[in-house]
Design a protein around this ligand. Structure first.
Ligand code: C2E
Ligand code: MG
Ligand code: MG
Ligand code: MG
Length: 280
């Protein structure tokens, strides 16, 4: 009887697994269609200069409101896109849409930066740089206003190829940010060989009011950034108390729900219009 039960369980597990694969396969197809039909959306989350309170840029965050499933998280989208090879197409879409919005803001007088997240798979795409250069030329935007955010793990997949793509982008004048700093593979040796302009402290460290340890790690990361001559962005700032601590550490930039949640482009433009501009 016991064996039978096990077999039943196994059959059920196999069915469950194959359903999962089928679902992922379906979702991948729908993602492809969503890209083609512009059914995806890019939300903006502002980044705030802690000293002046001024908005200095925004990060683009992918959103997909699926007709049946509702909200699909960007992690899930990226995961499926990477697995099925849709990622190059998806990232090109993000770059094209994101830079068109960036150009619109620029023309309105918001000379901010725009931050674009790149997946590890993007750094092994031979066409990535060409797509960036063509799109930037089309919209006539200064490369120094465009930041590419890489997670530490993303840069370790194929270190040599990733390094050459990052170095090339940096040489062309684009800014490079190390996303989720302090998590994943904290390969400081690799980071020491990589050009970058910004460290983003992962939001898991932002319980600064409660954790003495994370307090010290954050302070140390900000000091590291200062010594390296790169900017530091604290991610996931939710309370005034945390912002105050960051300010005491001379953290240059913060991003988080305290200032604003990620917003649809139209809402972000309205939100910006109520804020003081950078050069005022
Ligand atoms: P990330 O790049 O580290 O983005 C920060 C995440 O923290 C975002 O989650 C943002 O909504 C969230 N966040 C910001 N402030 C707060 C806060 O105060 N509290 C809390 N609890 N969360 C906050 P989101 O939008 O779900 O994105 C998750 C991840 O998905 C991103 O992490 C990024 O790695 C990836 N992602 C998003 N859009 C793209 C994209 O266009 N391309 C790629 N390759 N990855 C993307
Ligand atoms: Mg990011
Ligand atoms: Mg991050
Ligand atoms: Mg993250």
């Amino acid at each position: 009887l016991g064996r039978n039960k096990n077999e039943q369980c196994w059959v059920r597990y196999e069915q469950h697994k194959s359903e999962n694969v089928k679902k992922r396969f379906e979702l991948a197809g729908e993602l492809q269609t969503a890209i083609d039909n512009d059914d995806l959306e890019l939300f903006h989350q502002p980044q705030i200069n802690l000293k002046t309170g001024v908005v200095q840029g925004s990060e683009l965050l992918l959103r997909w409101n699926h007709s049946d499933l509702g909200y699909v998280s960007p992690e899930r989208i990226i995961d499926i896109a990477e697995e099925t090879g849709t990622i190059h197409h998806l990232t090109e879409w993000v770059i094209t849409q994101g830079l068109s919005q960036h150009a619109k803001l620029y023309r309105l007088g918001f000379e901010h930066t725009i931050s674009i997240n790149l997946s590890s798979k993007d750094l092994t795409d031979n066409g990535l740089i060409a797509h960036i250069l063509t799109t930037v030329a089309e919209y006539v935007i200064p490369p120094k206003t465009i930041v590419f955010e890489l997670t530490e793990s993303a840069t370790t997949n194929d270190p040599e190829m990733a390094k050459s793509v990052i170095t090339e982008l940096h040489q062309q004048g684009y800014k490079i940010a190390i996303d989720d700093f302090g998590t994943g593979y904290s390969n400081l040796d690799y980071l020491s060989q990589l050009p970058f302009d910004m460290l983003k402290i992962d939001r898991s460290f932002m319980n600064l009011a409660m954790s003495k340890r994370n307090n010290m790690i954050t302070e140390m990361t900000i000091a590291l950034g200062r010594r390296l001559g790169v900017s530091v962005v604290a991610e996931g700032v939710e309370t005034h108390e945390v912002a105050e601590i960051l300010n005491n550490f001379y953290c240059p930039v913060a991003q988080g729900y305290l200032y604003a949640k990620p917003m649809a482009f139209i809402d972000y433009m309205r939100w910006l219009q109520k804020k003081p501009k950078q050069h005022e």
